[in-house]
Design a binder for this molecule. Structure first.
Ligand SMILES: *Cc1c(COP(=O)(O)O)cnc(C)c1O
Length: 430
């Protein structure tokens, strides 16, 4: 399978190049040149399959020409080493819990797939993975790549804008993981990383790669849990809607990839916090990057969602895109209220990101009857303990593996919001 750039469909590269480059040289995002359509009998038979069995089939459809059967099994088993249970919250409303991985957020899926695939593709070369994070990417990537031989991970994050627990998950590991604390916001970190990938001088000196959600090795495996969720829903004639709490829009774009591969999803809800570039676009406002605003769902504090062009690419006709995806956005007060109400009504505890998705789902379903709805719960409530405890006035019990990070010692290096300083740093570590 070849992968083309969203900026130029004639610019095709191999799987290895797409994964190592991350971003195309023309700054486009890589897309599979052909989206495989899965056989209807596979879709029908989904309820009889395990998560892993679903994974082998879907991953084989995309990567089968580039990897051996053994490599695919290895990749899928490594990625899907934990469950993604579907929990009924209300009548016709389900939570897809994607937080049962090592760092308790959905990014574990992409990060685990990515680290495994990179180690298969690079063989004996030394690679540096550059990551900009607003929180959860850093912890998922750091833990996914921790002690992977031949791979150095450098994480850039905005100082003071990441929760203590998130920060501890990628600043305490050491070994092949370095954390740089940048005086700026997430978008500044992302710009510095993007600039490094485009810097020819730097790229002559070292093999740089990305593990951000723009990388196909992070992005594509996320489609797996949409298939799995579908397989675990009760049989129903109702139309299916997925609500996805969105920041960089990689997760929702992966759901749309699943739909294009043949999964019968009728509608997607793009639920955001007040960083609402995409909901605005869906209402007819021209797409325009904006500075990001800080919220309680900080992993979605993104003003320039980098996977946006994947949405356009998956549904090139503007009307189809606007029919497939509905935008909703919420401020922090509304998000807190939803957390409180759902807990009071059903006993279910949501993290702020999941709560934004829940709100979008409910608002969509209120005006569109006859749907079965799934919202993606992207993080364990304990990852956003301060917010969750303040809302419910009770302690959130941290899973043990998360609590263990808090005992670690934070080790970071400070970095100005200045590309030249970052570049000099990289060169000094050659
Ligand atoms: C990253 C993240 C999101 C946003 O996902 P995107 O793919 O960037 O849209 C939502 N929730 C949590 C908990 C996250 O970590």
């Amino acid at each position: 399978m070849k992968f083309y750039s969203t900026n130029n469909k004639d610019q095709k590269v191999s799987l290895k190049e797409a994964v190592i480059k991350g971003l195309a040289p023309d700054q486009g995002l890589y897309m599979p040149e052909e989206i495989p359509i899965l056989h209807p009998s596979f879709i029908e038979n989904l309820p009889a399959l395990s998560f892993q069995e679903i994974g082998y089939e879907v991953i084989n459809a995309v990567f089968g020409k580039d990897l051996t059967e053994e490599q695919i099994i290895d990749l899928v088993d490594h990625t899907l080493s934990f469950d993604a249970p579907l929990v009924k919250v209300e009548e016709d409303v389900y939570s897809l819990e994607l937080f049962h991985g090592p760092t308790l957020a959905f990014k574990d899926f992409g990060a685990r797939f990515c680290s495994k695939l990179m180690s298969l593709l690079v063989e004996n070369q030394k690679v540096r993975v550059l990551v900009a994070t607003s929180g959860d990417t850093g912890s998922a990537v750091a833990n996914g790549f921790y002690k992977v031989p031949g791979v150095e991970v450098i994480i850039l994050y905005p100082t003071g804008k990441v929760s203590e627990l998130q920060e501890k998950q990628f600043t305490t590991l050491g070994e092949n993981i370095t954390a740089l604390e940048v005086d700026g916001v997430f978008d500044d970190c992302q710009s510095m990383v993007k600039e490094a990938f485009l810097d020819q001088e730097l790229n002559k000196e070292m093999l740089l790669t990305s593990a951000n959600s723009i990388n196909i090795a992070r992005w594509i495996p996320q489609c797996l849990y949409y298939f799995y969720a579908y397989s675990r829903l009760p049989a129903s004639d109702k139309k299916l809607v997925f609500s996805v709490p969105s920041g960089n829009f990689g997760n929702i774009a992966a759901g749309m990839l699943a739909e294009r591969m043949g999964l019968p999803i009728h509608t997607f809800v793009a639920a955001t916090n007040v960083n609402k570039v995409v909901p605005d676009f869906l209402k007819g406002v021209p797409f325009r990057a904006r500075p990001s605003l800080q919220t309680i769902s900080n992993s979605m504090d993104v003003g320039n969602p980098s996977n946006f062009y994947r949405l356009l690419d998956l549904y090139p006709e503007p009307n189809t895109l606007k029919e497939m995806i509905r935008g909703y956005f919420y401020d922090d007060a509304t998000t807190r209220e939803a957390m409180q109400e759902v807990k009071a009504k059903t006993g279910y505890t949501m993290d702020p990101h999941g709560a934004v998705a829940y709100l979008g789902l409910k608002d969509f379903m209120a005006t569109n009857p006859g749907y079965l709805g799934v919202f993606l719960e992207t993080a364990h409530p304990g990852k956003f303990r301060d917010v969750v405890e303040a809302v419910h006035q009770e302690e959130v019990v941290l899973p043990e593996r998360l609590a263990a990070f808090l005992d670690g010692e934070k080790k970071t290096e400070r970095m100005a919001n200045d590309y030249q300083e970052f570049k000099a740093y990289l060169l000094s570590k050659k």
